[in-house]
Ligand binder design. Sequence first.
Ligand SMILES: [Zn+2]
Length: 67
Amino acid sequence: MYAHPLKRSWPVHAKPHLPSKICPVCERPFSWRKKWAREWESVIYCSERCRRSKYRRVQDSPASQET
Ligand SMILES: [Zn+2]
């Protein structure tokens, strides 16, 4: 009997070495996605939502700074 080499090609605990960036809007890290394969260099925001909200962030932030 042969062992099945394909079964061992993707260890469960192995993390893929994908590049990641931190979204300046939500300040959360996001990883490379296949849809960004051609434009990863220019990707800044984690999602279209953040990309749009960058214009609103200052306005939406509450003005109260009481401590
Ligand atoms: Zn974001």
